[in-house]
Design a protein around this ligand. Structure first.
Ligand code: ADP
Ligand code: MG
Length: 596
């Protein structure tokens, strides 16, 4: 039990720390919010005590409220008004309207803040997602990432916002309690004591239950995302295997489990403040009965009753906040597990800006593991001179793609290092280096938009002529000019309106239109027919020795025109040399690959 309380306090501390760090970076918000909160608290008090003259007037009793009523009388006469039923009602109307206005205003500010907080979470999530690099991205399950951005982040943001509401509601309750106590000690003490007991009982019985249920909801939420979006994004695979019913059933099963978890935890979270509110009013009425029999002034007791009844919804808000924070814990945990603490200062290493490739790229004793027991590339040494044309040849799974991802800095070697010209690649600002690289991936990706959109995405300053030149080099220009809308032809979502070969050649044009110093083609002729393949090879010949070309393939013939070949097998470079030298030797790996 004790340990439980400490753990719980630590959770609130965690959310509170985020709130404080957030307030630090949003000073103007903090000042606005605190001032509004104070204004609202005073307005609430004012709206309650503005009932005093009215109650006095109606009951003829002003034993307990004399001073308040006197204050209003003085104020009224200062403005030249008499103390009448009419002016008492007017005071009450003004008091309530003021309370209403500040409350609405405070609510709107706090909603705006909730969105801002959520945006903080999302934007820092996106930044960290890209910032952690390809290894992290490769190792994540799609459902977890999707669900984190879709659901968990807003839950975590709500948790922090609830801490803010919690603190402001406590402030307001203290104000109101002070008022209630000053009017009726007996009634306020009884109410406070009983409500506190109810609070402790409800809180201790529910919060760990809510947290457990929310953890289940988070996990099943991850599963729902996976079960929904994986089939949607791979619809062709699903359709061609005739497995759409299976996908639908699978989703429905996971969804039902998620809904059950969520409904239960939401119902509990929802009903706690309701129970509290109902009990609050009952308790206050009973306390009123007792304090009247103790002989307290009826007019004071009435006003105190109003104050206590006004406290109940705020107090139940406090209880609700605690429940929501418990519900947000698993979401915050998932966020921090993926991306770390939201306001963590990122270590800014001073990186060298890369301003042009001048000499060579070198890999020294590079090994890499994708997190599996076996290294995917082992002790690679290679030098690639500027403007040379090299090939990586090797069977599928031999480590070619992994090696190129290391070479261009997308993956950090587990051991060894990569250098570019005279600098270590890890000390170079990666985006500035990649601006000089054109990479045609094994499975190329096109954005939903026109061919022009895609080319401009790759090189925002490309001119019309540069675009056509790139398309021409990639041997796709005649296809584009044969279409009705030319450069404005849509490629469809993820390029679905194009054939595999067209898509691959547009991807090549995307790489070429940025005038790369280093052009990387990973199985770029994979989905091309013989004719298109030879025209791509011709295109490479056209630019060879003007740019550095690294061409990757499982087909030995693709290496024919290159200056130098690195042959990969099981993660190692088993041989290297010119194509002719290697292929001439009947013992060479390359020869055996070709004649298998
Ligand atoms: N994201 C990944 N996670 C785990 N293992 C991977 C990942 N990507 C590649 N591998 C493994 O690394 C090895 C080399 O893969 P890869 O570099 O893609 O080979 P190639 O491009 O030559 O076909 C393979 O055994 C493959 O299973
Ligand atoms: Mg590959």
């Amino acid at each position: 039990m004790n340990k439980n309380i400490v753990e719980r306090l630590n959770i609130y501390k965690k959310f509170f720390k985020i709130l404080i760090d957030y307030a630090r970076v949003n000073i103007s918000f903090s000042i606005t919010y605190v001032s509004l909160l104070m204004l609202d608290s005073f307005a609430k008090i004012f709206s309650i005590i503005s009932m005093a003259p009215l109650v006095d007037f109606l009951s003829g009793d002003n034993v307990g409220t004399q001073q308040i009523t006197l204050f209003f009388k003085d104020t009224l006469s200062w403005f030249g008004f008499e103390y009448t039923l009419g002016s008492s009602i007017a005071v009450f109307i003004i008091g309530s309207s003021l309370g209403l206005l500040t409350e609405i205003f405070l609510y709107s500010v706090s909603r705006r803040n909730a969105y801002k907080l959520q945006y903080h979470f999302i934007s820092s999530g996106i930044k960290r997602f890209f910032g952690q690099g390809l290894k992290f991205i490769n190792s994540q399950s799609f459902g977890v990432i999707q669900n984190t951005f879709q659901r968990e982040i807003s839950q975590a943001g709500d948790g922090v916002n609830e801490i803010l509401l919690f603190v402001s509601n406590i402030v307001q309750v203290l104000f109101m309690l002070a008022l209630a106590f000053s009017l009726s000690v007996v009634m306020s003490s009884i109410t406070l004591l009983i409500l506190f007991l109810i609070f402790i009982i409800m809180y201790s019985s529910s919060s760990s239950l809510i947290e457990r249920l929310s953890t289940k909801t988070t996990i099943s939420g991850n599963d729902v995302s996976q079960a929904l979006f994986e089939p949607l994004l791979n619809a062709k695979q699903i359709l061609s295997f005739g497995r759409s019913k299976h996908a639908i059933n699978n989703h429905s099963k996971v969804y039902e489990r998620h809904a059950n978890d969520a409904v239960l935890s939401q119902t509990i979270t929802y009903s706690i403040p309701l129970i509290f509110r109902t009990f609050g009013i009952i308790v206050a009425l009973v306390a009123m009965y007792i304090s009247l029999s103790f002989g307290e002034s009826p007019s004071a007791v009435v006003i105190a009753l109003v104050a206590l009844i006004r406290i109940t919804p705020i107090a139940s808000q406090i209880v609700a906040s605690l429940a929501s924070i418990s519900a947000a814990v698993p979401s915050l945990n998932q966020f921090e597990l993926l991306f770390g603490y939201i306001f963590q200062k990122q270590k800014q290493k001073q990186l060298i800006s890369f301003d042009g490739f001048s000499d060579k790229i070198q890999l020294n004793n590079v090994s890499y593991s994708h997190g599996t027991a076996k290294n995917s590339v082992v002790d690679i040494n290679m030098t690639i001179k500027k403007n040379s044309y090299v090939s990586f040849i090797g069977p599928s799974g031999s480590g070619k793609t992994t090696c190129i991802d290391i070479l261009i800095g997308l993956l950090r070697p587990s051991s060894g290092h990569v250098s570019i010209d005279r600098d270590l690649l890890e000390e170079v600002d990666l985006d500035s280096f990649l601006a000089h690289v054109g990479y045609v991936q094994q499975t190329p990706f096109l954005f939903n938009g026109s061919i022009r959109d895609n080319l401009l995405w790759s090189n925002p300053s490309a001119t019309e002529k540069e675009m056509w030149d790139a398309l021409h080099l990639a041997n796709i220009d005649s296809f584009v000019s044969s279409t009705e809308y030319q450069l404005d032809t849509s490629v469809g979502d993820r390029g679905v309106s194009m054939s595999g070969g067209q898509k691959q050649r547009i991807a090549l044009a995307l790489a070429l239109v940025r005038h790369p110093s280093i052009l990387v083609l990973d199985e770029a002729t994979n989905s091309l027919d013989y004719e298109s393949e030879s025209s791509v090879i011709k295109a490479l010949d056209k630019i060879s020795h003007k740019v550095t070309i690294i061409s990757i393939s499982h087909q030995p013939s693709m290496a024919k025109n290159s200056d130098y070949v690195f042959v990969f097998n099981e993660g190692e470079i088993v041989e290297s040399g010119t194509y002719d030298n290697l292929i001439d030797s009947k013992n060479s790996f390359l020869y055996k690959m070709k004649h298998k």
